[in-house]
Design a protein around this ligand. Structure first.
Ligand code: PMP
Length: 421
């Protein structure tokens, strides 16, 4: 659709966003990179956002949205949560980036070790990719073997070993990976056999949340199976909890099914939007973790660590996981009822706090895009090709507005299908 057509059917102010996009096109390669680069988001989406509070966000033109993406996961308590902001402010009043860490490094490590059952130690970084990459390095240092098994199609970050795009990636970057199919133990066994004596570890996400596909919850038998395969092979079980951590459980996301990894990677929600990642590990991997060299210019920054301590405190005190579950369940019930009422065949998959909606037969995502474009015009920010995220800040009024937006989305899909009949 041309920009003009988009503008014609959209009554929201868009001028500030359009002006920033034009300027970005000159100084940012491709106008934007990563998630927001030309691709999945329909042109109705604002590129630039100005503010956020609770479960609402505002774009640079002042349009308001109920936020069902939560910054792709980091915002778990809601934007600008008072206790987290206060903790970050008081740490910032002392210092943030110094020659060495503040006391918050130890306090946060103690808190995480006390919160996550498999963890005996913690290390910190900035992004999820840092954490998943460190887990692989620690697994290799511990086992002195090379091969890491990953699920086909899974996302573990943007470094050459795991980025979903192959531009700039060499075969050597992937030479020590093997592949299995999520929830398919036979495929894991085959990949383990292929790795032979060179198996260093298996990395796995808590459930299958590959972008653009219906989500699949973990089969507990699969989780137990990969655990025992790793134990038998002396390899590391690495849980990539970057996306799910602290949304599904306050421990690691497989604690409820009783499967504990050796190493886990965390980022996103652990500091309610402040930049922080963590690697948590068990005692047998402590020496290997101490042996590798990892660091980063901002890895000691104390503000994000103070924010993480406050985030974990608030998640507990406010019973935030139960609040998210309630909000996610209400959203799910409302959305499924809307789709059924219009006779639209949809699949709404994943846990209620991280749902994903697809339309039957929508191979090119055109119905998903129609839905998302109408929803964003009606004031709800969700995503046509990526799972959504529920925050604990969603009030009944937010859910009602979100449902008004999804209903506008379904109406647009219905109109499109009628037009094509
Ligand atoms: N693992 C998973 C499961 C993720 O969802 C992500 C980010 N979407 C990453 C790793 C990488 O995290 P980051 O983008 O912070 O590097």
């Amino acid at each position: 659709m041309t920009d003009q057509l988009v503008a014609d059917r959209d009554s929201r102010p868009r001028a500030a966003d359009a002006a920033l996009r034009r300027r970005a096109a000159a100084v940012i390669p491709g106008g934007m990179y990563g998630h927001q680069s030309a691709g999945p988001l329909p042109p109705e989406y604002p590129q630039f956002l100005r503010a956020g509070f609770g479960a609402r966000v505002w774009d640079v033109d002042g349009n308001e949205y109920v936020d069902l993406m939560c910054s792709y996961g980091p915002v778990v308590l809601g934007h600008r949560h008072p206790a987290v902001e206060a903790a970050a402010r008081s740490q910032a009043a002392l210092a943030d980036c110094q020659n060495g860490p503040g006391s918050v490094l130890v306090e946060l490590a103690e808190l995480l070790v006390g919160t996550v059952r498999h963890a005996d130690w913690a290390m910190f970084a900035k992004n999820g990719t840092d954490a998943t990459t460190m887990c692989c390095t620690i697994a290799r240092a511990h086992t002195r073997r090379r091969r890491i098994l990953v699920a086909r199609g899974a996302y573990h970050g943007a470094a050459p070993w795991c980025t979903p795009r192959l531009a700039g990636v060499t075969p050597e970057d992937r030479a020590n990976l093997g592949y299995y199919t999520y929830n398919d133990l036979a495929s894991v066994r085959a990949a383990v056999a292929e790795a032979g004596a060179d198996l260093a570890g298996i990395i796995v996400s808590p459930f299958q949340h590959d972008a653009g596909f219906d989500q699949e919850l973990v089969d507990p038998e699969f989780a137990r199976g990969v655990r025992s395969i790793c134990t038998d092979a002396g390899a590391a079980l690495i849980l990539d909890d970057v996306r799910c951590g602290f949304r599904l459980h306050l421990g690691s996301s497989w604690e409820p099914i009783g499967v504990l990894p050796d190493l886990s990677a965390w980022s996103k929600a652990i500091a309610n939007g402040y930049p922080l990642a963590a690697v948590l590990g068990s005692d047998p991997f402590r020496d290997a973790a101490a042996s590798i060299f990892v660091t980063g210019s901002f890895w000691f920054s104390a503000v994000a660590m103070a924010a993480a301590i406050a985030t974990i405190g608030a998640l507990r005190e406010e019973n935030a996981l139960a609040a998210m579950e309630r909000a996610g369940t209400a959203l799910s019930a409302g959305i499924l009822a809307q789709a059924a009422e219009r006779g639209l065949e949809v699949r709404y998959t994943g846990p209620p706090v991280m749902p994903y909606l697809t339309f039957a037969g929508d191979r090119d995502y055109s119905l998903a895009s129609t839905f998302a474009a109408a929803a964003v015009r009606a004031g709800v920010y969700l995503h046509p090709r990526h799972n959504w995220f529920v925050s604990a800040a969603l009030t009944d009024a937010d859910i009602a507005q979100a449902l008004a937006g999804t209903d506008a989305g379904f109406a647009a899909v219905e109109a499109r299908l009628a037009h094509h009949d």
